[in-house]
Design a protein around this ligand. Structure first.
Ligand SMILES: Nc1ncnc2c1ncn2[C@@H]1O[C@H](COP(=O)(O)OP(=O)(O)OP(=O)(O)O)[C@@H](O)[C@H]1O
Ligand SMILES: [Mg+2]
Length: 257
């Protein structure tokens, strides 16, 4: 499950990016939305126009799983199970969500469940069938504090493997001491950080500039994906280009921008 305390920290973006990266590494991956109200995921990967059946149709037995799954245009080993598009969603309770995740786990190596922020319905629906969690926070104290609460609940819910990721980090501000660093977040949360993802316009999947495989954001997600698969964190160094003499110049230029 991809989860967070605060909203808007990048869960759906990371779900889609990690899904494509895992698939490119040869792991057949599927992503689904545990947020029943909004269908961010299919919109974000540009699959919303191709939706015929959705997760509710699967839960109600109106279609086969294969009929609902949509293959990603960019990465053929990555699929989306579209979220509930309208109508009555009562068929999709914790039990049917669990069955759907378990069915997907039989034919995919990795099942990613994109959760809504916080610890309400969508979170609880996802905790039971999931084995591991990617906990996303931004490098702001309020977001880290909320992540701490979620971390506690995840552990209480039996999810021991939690990959904490700090998203939207500005390397220049970390070097100047104005933004929380990896070790700051590790100290606050009392857990290892598996990923530091820079603030990067190229991470915006809706924009035409999404540079898959090219930008710093996607490279950092690649390191995160390798760390998750190997169990040993491989954290992208986003402060490197802002250190030293030339780094100082780049930092000043970034500030002007
Ligand atoms: N590393 C990044 N650099 C720049 N922009 C980012 C980055 N990660 C996410 N964003 C942007 O942040 C916004 C929120 O991202 P996203 O929708 O993935 O968050 P979320 O946690 O899924 O939100 P919600 O809690 O509402 O589900 C989007 O506009 C996305 O493009
Ligand atoms: Mg989201």
């Amino acid at each position: 499950m991809i989860t967070s305390g605060k909203g808007g920290v990048g869960k759906t973006t990371l779900t889609a990016t990690l899904g494509r990266i895992f698939a490119s590494m040869g792991e057949r991956t599927v992503a689904l939305d545990a947020d029943l109200g909004l269908n961010n995921l299919d919109v974000l990967v540009g699959a919303d126009m191709r939706v015929v059946y959705d997760i509710v149709d699967v839960a109600e037995g109106k279609c086969r799983m294969n009929q609902a799954l949509i293959r990603d245009m960019d990465e053929p080993g990555f699929y989306i199970l579209p979220g509930a598009h309208s109508r009555d969603r009562s068929a999709l309770n914790a039990q049917s969500m669990k069955e759907i995740v378990q069915r997907l786990a039989r034919s995919f190596e990795i099942v990613l469940v994109d959760c809504p922020a916080g610890i309400d319905g969508g979170f609880r629906r996802a905790v039971e069938p999931c084995d591991e969690a990617v906990l996303v926070t931004t490098p702001h104290i309020s977001s880290v504090r909320d992540a701490e609460t979620v971390l506690r609940i995840l552990r209480a819910g039996g999810i021991d493997r939690v990959y904490t990721v700090v998203n939207r980090v500005r390397g220049d501000l970390v070097v100047s001491g104005e933004m929380l660093s990896r070790s700051d977040v590790e100290r606050l949360l009392g857990t290892e950080v598996y990923g530091m993802i820079p603030e990067d316009d190229g991470m915006n999947l809706l924009s035409n500039s999404f540079d898959y495989g090219m930008g710093a954001g996607v490279s950092a997600c690649g390191a995160l994906a390798r760390g998750i698969l190997s169990g040993t964190p491989e954290v992208f160094d986003l402060t490197k280009k802002y250190r030293g003499l030339f780094g100082g110049i780049k930092r000043r230029m970034k500030r002007r921008l």
